[in-house]
Design a protein around this ligand. Structure first.
Ligand SMILES: N[C@@H](CCC(=O)N[C@@H](CS)C(=O)NCC(=O)O)C(=O)O
Length: 201
């Protein structure tokens, strides 16, 4: 399998964490690319119409995307148990969606600064996305710490990758100030070998 990859992409990091946690790292060839919405990598375009990272290309040429589908595929392939089917099933999937939604807004903030010229950037749009990030982090602090303290699942992995991205790109916003319990959890979680091995440079 081939995985289109970029070190800084938090969606790629989720997939890399799953590869580590499920022992499939050696089954994947990593293809590092530079791509943006404005200038898509041509090989990534050839692999799929959205040309987004991550995209996984199977040995028979089938492309699998986006990160949530790739992780589900990798979990099934390894016979792993990152998607509980007991009472945690729906909470796990909601936590995964919450972490991804926070990431979507965090990326929108970063892209606003990178993809638009200064005169076209909207501080209101940036602040509206930050409000979603802040509410999302507060929601995890208020309601999800017991889940995070439980077994590793795809929601827990998503929160780890998401907080890593906030530290990488939005550190100055100080998410820890509004979520001390989450900060404590992340201090431990970030020492997992899969987190250490996938930390962006
Ligand atoms: N929902 C997608 C989001 C993927 C995404 O937005 N990836 C970014 C990199 S972090 C990307 O490829 N941006 C370039 C583009 O949109 O053309 C997923 O979970 O994989």
């Amino acid at each position: 399998m081939k995985l289109f990859h970029s070190d800084a992409s938090p969606y790629v990091r989720k997939v890399m964490i799953v590869l580590h946690e499920t022992g499939q790292l050696d089954d994947v060839e990593v293809l590092r690319v530079t791509t943006t919405t404005l200038q898509s990598d041509p090989d990534l375009v050839a692999a799929g119409p959205l040309a987004r990272l991550p995209t996984l290309v199977l040995d028979d040429g089938q492309a699998i995307y986006d990160s949530r589908v790739i992780n589900r595929y990798l979990n099934d392939r390894a016979g792993a148990d990152l998607y509980p089917t007991d009472g945690r099933q729906w909470s796990t999937l909601v936590l995964e969606a919450l972490a991804d939604g926070i990431l979507d807004s965090a990326l929108a903030m970063v892209y606003e600064g990178r993809l638009r010229s200064e005169d076209k950037q909207s501080p209101d749009v940036v602040e509206a996305h930050w409000a979603k990030v802040a509410r999302g982090v507060q929601e995890i602090e208020a309601n999800w710490l017991p889940h995070l303290a439980g077994p590793l699942d795809i929601g827990v992995i998503g929160v780890g990758a998401m907080l890593g991205y906030l530290d990488l790109r939005l550190d100055a916003r100080g998410w820890r100030d509004r979520a001390p319990g989450l900060a404590d959890w992340f201090r431990d979680h970030a020492t997992r070998p899969a987190m250490v091995a996938t930390a962006p440079a």
